[in-house]
Design a binder for this molecule. Structure first.
Ligand code: NAD
Length: 497
């Protein structure tokens, strides 16, 4: 079993208390590694390191080109360790090797590269029009880093979420303390190693492992932290916002979802069936933007559902490290209990279970749940309103497009959604009517480095990725330069006459 240390002020250290946490492989329940379990004292040291690094200007005042070059060295490191990272990601998060090699590791490279390039290309100067009143002045805005960012990430995409947090913050000149989820700290620690090897100065990036209640709460509360960014559940988002409010920190929250995937009557059925399954069961449903409410037009319902159920039976549930497996376990025993609780709630509310609902009989170890589909679901049911974060699909039949839009919007969440149709102008109208941060038309889960990602309603505040994600780590400073001669001085006259 490998023992890891955490990365504070450029050094690899244990928790001062010596406490550790075990990382469990969710596919076989064996201990995969051990990491430090930090206390408040450890977090404070990391915050101090980030504060000192930021205030020294070693990173924040480094010229943009140099910052970009150092970040591009991180990209080289990620490329060199791509396979190793993918394996480690699968081992600790339960992601299938297919997903970690085709999605997690390559996107980590691409998204880090996107921000490494933006670090140089992004114009940090925005001219404003000349202002002539009460006298002539030249005005412009400069984008400056926010300072020290506390960053808290979930367990579903541990490496990619670490990149989404660290890369834009660094690109804009901030210093960070990242807290990975307790279940999945390993790839974030490997990323810290790559960052160290790339020559990014000590204190600029710190990775502290430990529980949300201790490390996360301290990051959200510590007065030396200027911004807190969380990807996680809406419940934790509310708590982080509350703690951050005491020192009025800037906050970015990427929270939960219960996205609607709408199949219109003119959709290409075979494509929509595959899209609906991919949209739900990728990573055993543990994806925030999953299309877990499937709304199907009654005119094609029977034909669509026959195909959907037949295709769903082809999903190969198994150990995530076997390349043949297409759906692995959920991340923990607790998460499996939560999912099973929702399956029971669906049955109690008289939704009809058409496939799954159980643990696979042939998997004696590991936290597995069968791909599960409920039909005859009403949008008011618990399984349609709450985020399950497991392989459970709730299917709802609709009569008109207006009804589908109404159902899609009847949710406290607003993260994403899908529309399947061959009538693109109409599909775009539907996409515009859905109150979410992303809508895919005839596609699902396609996240791109240049496109903003984030939530409406209780799915969050702010955006990640693209120039939008970069801007979340900057603040705008207005500089006003009076240009002589002063034509009107009546404002001064208010005081001086
Ligand atoms: P979680 O909210 O339980 O935990 C997220 C992180 O917050 C973890 O690092 C955890 O240790 C920490 N945390 C827990 N309690 C805390 C507290 N009191 N103060 C500060 N930090 C605390 O979420 P999870 O179970 O790890 O991940 C699943 C959730 O994340 C789902 O709701 C999912 O939708 C969401 N998610 C959202 C996005 C997005 O971009 N919108 C992406 C991935 C996951």
């Amino acid at each position: 079993m490998k023992k890891y240390q955490m990365f504070v002020n450029g050094k690899w250290v244990d928790a001062k208390s010596g406490k550790t946490m075990k990382v469990i492989n969710p596919g076989n329940e064996e201990v995969a590694a051990e990491v430090p379990a930090a206390d408040v004292e450890d977090v404070r040291e990391a915050v101090k390191a980030a504060r000192n690094a930021f205030d020294s200007g070693i990173w924040s005042r480094l010229e943009q080109k140099k910052r970009s070059e150092l970040m591009l060295r991180v990209v080289d490191g990620l490329i060199a360790k791509q396979n190793e990272l993918a394996e480690l990601e699968s081992l600790s998060s339960g992601a299938t090797l297919r997903k970690s090699t085709m999605i997690d590791a390559p996107l980590a490279v691409e998204h880090f590269r996107h921000f490494a390039e933006l670090a140089y290309k992004k114009d940090l100067y925005e001219p404003l029009p000349w202002i002539n009143f009460p006298s002539v002045s030249w005005n412009f805005v400069v984008r400056e880093p926010i300072g020290v960012a506390g960053q808290i990430i979930p367990w579903n995409f541990p490496l990619l979420m670490a990149v989404w947090k660290i890369a834009p913050a660094l690109a804009a000149g901030n210093c960070v303390i990242l807290k990975p989820a307790s279940y999945t700290p390993l790839t974030a620690l490997e990323l810290a190693k790559i960052i160290e090897e790339a020559g990014i100065p000590a204190g600029v990036v710190n990775v502290v492992t430990g529980s949300g209640g201790i490390v996360g709460e301290e990051l959200a509360s510590n007065p030396m932290v200027d911004k807190v960014a969380l990807t996680g559940s809406t419940v934790v988002g509310r708590r982080v916002m509350e703690l951050a409010s005491k020192t009025v920190k800037k906050v970015t929250l990427e929270l939960g979802g219960k996205s609607a995937n709408i199949i219109l009557a003119d959709a290409i059925i075979d494509e929509a069936v595959d899209g609906a399954l991919f949209g739900t069961f990728l990573h055993a449903g543990q994806v925030c933007e999953s299309g877990t409410r499937l709304l199907v037009d009654e005119k094609i319902y029977d034909k669509f559902m026959d195909k959907l159920i037949a295709r769903a039976k082809g999903i190969k549930v198994g150990y995530q490290m076997d390349y043949e497996t297409t759906m692995g376990p959920v991340v923990s025993a607790t998460q499996r209990e939560t999912v099973e609780g929702y399956i029971k709630a669906g049955l109690d509310e008289k939704a009809k279970l058409v496939i799954g609902g159980k643990r696979p009989a042939d998997m004696k170890k590991g936290f597995f749940v069968e791909p599960t589909i409920f039909v005859d679901v009403k949008n008011s049911m618990k399984i349609a309103q709450e985020e399950i974060f497991g392989p459970v699909l709730a299917v709802i039949k609709f009569k008109t497009v207006e009804e589908a839009i109404k159902i899609a919007n009847d949710s406290m969440y607003g993260l994403a959604g899908g529309v399947w149709s061959t009538d693109l102008p109409r599909a775009i109208e539907v996409a515009k009517a859905i109150r979410t941060g992303t809508v895919w038309i005839n596609d699902y889960h396609l996240i791109n480095a240049i496109a903003p990602f984030g939530g409406y309603k209780q799915s969050g505040i702010g955006r990640e990725l693209g120039a939008y994600g970069f801007d979340e780590y900057t603040q705008a400073k207005h500089i006003h330069v009076a240009v002589a001669p002063r034509k009107a001085k009546f404002w001064y006259d208010l005081l001086l006459d």
